[in-house]
Design a protein around this ligand. Structure first.
Ligand SMILES: [Zn+2]
Length: 194
């Protein structure tokens, strides 16, 4: 369910662009979709959801960084090691400054270590701003480097927004844009040498 990041209402609907069909008009009347008009610039992020309660329109790419509620960064070893010795690290960063690290080993479903740190919410906000600046950039300004390695670690970055939707970015930990940013951040928070 998508909720309005402004008034928290769950009476929201996706926005349909382009010239609407007869069915689309009817669906809009029932409040199932919103009509966004025909003007749309390709490769530019645009609002894809609207609130029927307060009229606010947004997309997760265009939301301000303050509307990020959680950043989750998962790093898994891939490569020559077997599943039993595989290490997985999960970092959860919340906007209030709470940062949690979980360490999983092998196929064990329960974490082996959990470390919690509290940092200033300003530091988290700065990271959220840096991420959102890249995510919300128009395509021609998106300067994302993706590093690639065969037997290092892969990552999954999950950003949760106030509308309950998630942005998921995956790649290898190899000096790319997102992994460098997150690696730098978590090392400064947890101060570990890995
Ligand atoms: Zn609303």
């Amino acid at each position: 369910m998508v909720i309005c990041p402004k008034c928290k209402s769950d009476r929201t609907a996706p926005i349909l662009y382009g010239y609407p069909s007869h069915e689309a008009f009817e669906a809009a009347e029932r409040g199932e979709i919103l009509l966004g008009g025909c003007e749309l610039i390709d490769s530019m992020p645009h609002e894809d959801y609207g609130c029927l309660e307060c009229g606010y329109c947004w997309s997760k790419e265009l939301l301000p960084a303050t509307k990020i509620t959680k950043i989750r960064y998962k790093v898994a070893e891939n490569g020559p090691c077997t599943l039993d010795s595989r290490n997985v690290r999960i970092y959860e960063v919340y906007l209030d400054g709470k940062c949690v690290e979980y360490l999983y080993q092998g196929q064990c479903r329960r974490y082996q270590f959990k470390t919690e740190e509290k940092i200033s919410n300003q530091r988290v906000y700065k990271l959220a701003c840096r991420l959102q600046k890249i995510i919300g950039a128009p395509l021609w300004e998106k300067d994302i480097v993706e590093g690639q390695v065969c037997d290092g670690c892969s990552y999954e970055l999950q950003i949760t927004y106030a509308d309950k939707r998630k942005e998921v970015i995956k790649g290898d930990v190899a000096g790319g844009t997102f992994d460098s940013m997150l690696e730098e951040f978590i090392h400064s928070v947890f101060n570990d040498e890995r």
